[in-house]
Design a protein around this ligand. Sequence first.
Ligand SMILES: CC(C)(COP(=O)(O)OP(=O)(O)OC[C@H]1O[C@@H](n2cnc3c(N)ncnc32)[C@H](O)[C@@H]1OP(=O)(O)O)[C@@H](O)C(=O)NCCC(=O)NCCS
Length: 171
Amino acid sequence: MLKLIEKDDADELFALVDRNRTYLREWLPWLDMTNEVKDVEVFIERSLKQHEEGVGQAHLIIEGNEIRGVCGFNKIDKTNRSAFIGYWLSADAQGRGLMTKACRELERIAFEELDMNKVEIHAAEGNKPSRAVAERLGYQETGRSLDAEWLYDHFVSFVLYCKRQSDWRTL
Ligand SMILES: CC(C)(COP(=O)(O)OP(=O)(O)OC[C@H]1O[C@@H](n2cnc3c(N)ncnc32)[C@H](O)[C@@H]1OP(=O)(O)O)[C@@H](O)C(=O)NCCC(=O)NCCS
């Protein structure tokens, strides 16, 4: 189940990040800036503001009553009707298709509710599980962005994946 993030989620979300710090740090750039609940509160406030302005959305992935991860649109480009999906799961929630399912729901939101023309997933070249999510969902690989992100002490290049509304309708 996806639930839009709320201010009250900060404590549980910070605890999850803290438990998964080493694992998440391999591919996500914000772990060293997330050291206390306050940092998650700032993230939530920013996400709520982005949602209000229609330029982003953050959802929690909930199973039972517990947060398993976060997914959403890091950016929504309203002019060009493109949405950019980002995601992470706790280490012990991997391997069961939760993120693939969550992305299907994000696609529905993007194409049906927001009338986006295109959604994109940018995954680091070496991040096989993330690339597998995009490939399993039938995204087209459209190119590379070299040295796209600084990850603590090195750059990573991104593989760019895309799905258009017209592709989605025919899948
Ligand atoms: C990227 C990430 C979300 C992928 O998680 P994941 O669990 O591999 O992805 P899914 O939830 O879609 O599950 C797919 C796995 O479940 C299996 N699976 C089981 N049932 C499934 C189902 N009904 N549907 C799809 N897959 C299923 C798949 O075979 C696959 O397992 P495999 O890799 O052993 O083949 C996770 O590794 C992560 O959060 N990593 C750290 C942060 C990160 O890299 N974020 C992305 C930055 S771009």
